[in-house]
Design a protein around this ligand. Structure first.
Ligand code: SF4
Ligand code: SF4
Length: 193
């Protein structure tokens, strides 16, 4: 069977080529929303996140599945859960995870000798968290990346990622899709949230 190729041409009208009508249309839409939100509803009723206003805890507005700065989780013995399988660095579309594997001393597993994430390259997609087979990496810190002046300050190393980490209730091998549901009780960082 032969598969044919149908050529189509992009038809642009004069109106499209001028761009001005589209720009004006966008400005009018923006202006309409601005006046609707500020004049008819009043600033206090605008449906948006009030970040950093006095007396307002911005973190209280974060949704449950907010993706914050990465952290590396621990096992019961305090060692990092990561087994350097490279799933996260392989799936990462921004290619901003760098891992060097090493043998663990106590068993046949591997672990990360180096684990680095360049947060300025990260597109906050969360795929690394989804790909991890042992709940070693999370983005549930509920903290934004701290603004930095130098690029190298946004490169988080294993020690930085582990300093944000905590114990994981996940069991190696997995307890099923709901194992994270118990995390708030097990991790003191989230008690009361
Ligand atoms: S959140 Fe996405 S872009 Fe960022 S490190 Fe994970 S996989 Fe890469
Ligand atoms: S964080 Fe998870 S996915 Fe990434 S290398 Fe470690 S075990 Fe594998």
């Amino acid at each position: 069977m032969t598969i044919g190729v149908k050529k189509v041409s992009l038809q642009r009208t004069t109106r499209d080529q001028i761009f001005l009508p589209a720009i004006l249309e966008g400005l009018l839409t923006t202006a309409r929303h601005f006046f609707k939100n500020t004049m008819t509803k009043g600033m206090g009723d605008v449906d948006t996140i009030r970040y950093g206003e006095p007396g307002v805890d911005p973190k209280s507005y974060y949704p449950e599945r907010f993706r914050g700065v990465h952290r590396l989780m621990f096992r019961d013995d305090g060692s990092v859960r990561c087994v350097a399988c490279m799933c996260c660095s392989t799936v990462c579309p921004a290619r901003c995870i760098y891992i060097v594997a090493e043998d663990r001393e106590d068993n046949n597993e591997k672990g990360p000798a180096t684990f680095v994430i360049d947060e300025l390259k990260c597109v906050v997609c969360g795929l690394c968290v989804e790909a991890c087979p042992c709940d070693a990496i999370r983005m549930d810190t509920r903290t934004h990346m701290t603004p930095t002046e130098a690029r190298e300050d946004a490169v988080l190393r294993k020690v930085d990622l582990m300093s944000r980490g905590g114990p994981s209730v996940a069991v190696q091998g997995g307890l099923g899709a709901d194992y994270r549901a118990d995390a708030p009780a097990a991790d003191p960082r989230f008690v009361g949230r």
